[in-house]
Design a protein around this ligand. Structure first.
Ligand code: GLN
Length: 201
């Protein structure tokens, strides 16, 4: 991998532009991904927040679901909020299809109406103290498997988790000025830079 990692941001809906901006601030090349063949040549991918059901609808076209499914099996991927739901093994409230690569169970929209959106300063094991977390109709991680490391929590539930080449957050790190979470993903991309390209669908 060249010094400047190439990170795709899935740009079908949701908060993709701000993710791209954060990545560029940290010295990465950010590409907006709107077609499955654009997944080729990426060192990593962010699946942003939005509405996971709408993502699934968009992905139905032109083999996008299968291409993305192949990508997330081996290539560094960071799912935020709806993106976290798409990576999760088990999805509840209601159940819906997902790539199932990240060994967690999520409950969609789990923090109740009065808590639809909230900015909190919560504990994290990342160096630098508590982390600002912006929650928007956030899912709750109800279970983590043995290979999953919890890096931050809200009321005892994980909000930032890592498993091998995968990172997921139930909040929106792109809406905070704290760049530690995007930096963490770029570090994970560097550590996993030798993964081969997924087979062409
Ligand atoms: N509530 C959304 C869902 O269930 C996620 C919200 C978000 O991504 N901010 O997909």
């Amino acid at each position: 991998m060249a010094n400047q990692p190439i990170i795709g941001v899935l740009a079908l809906q949701g908060a993709y532009d701000v993710h791209a901006q954060r990545l560029r601030e940290l010295g990465a090349e950010a590409r907006l991904i709107r077609k499955p063949d654009q997944l080729q040549g990426l060192n990593g991918l962010i699946i942003p927040g939005g509405e996971s059901t709408t993502f699934l609808k968009h992905l139905e076209r032109a083999g996008f679901y299968d291409a993305l499914n192949a990508f997330v099996q081996t290539k560094p991927t960071f799912g935020t909020c709806a993106g976290c739901i798409l990576l999760a093994k088990d999805v509840a409230n209601p159940t819906q299809p997902s790539f199932g690569v990240l060994d967690i169970a999520v409950e969609r929209n789990a923090y109740g109406r009065q808590n639809d959106s909230k900015i909190l300063l919560e504990p994290t094991s990342l160096p630098g103290g508590p982390l600002e977390m912006v929650f928007i109709r956030a899912p709750r991680i109800a279970r983590t498997g043995p290979a999953v490391e919890t890096l931050a929590t809200r009321d005892g539930s994980p909000t930032l988790v890592r498993q091998g080449h995968l990172l997921a957050a139930t909040f929106h790190p792109e809406l905070s000025h704290d760049t530690r979470v995007h930096q963490l993903f770029l570090d994970l991309v560097r550590q996993n830079s030798n993964t081969p390209e997924p087979a062409q669908a």
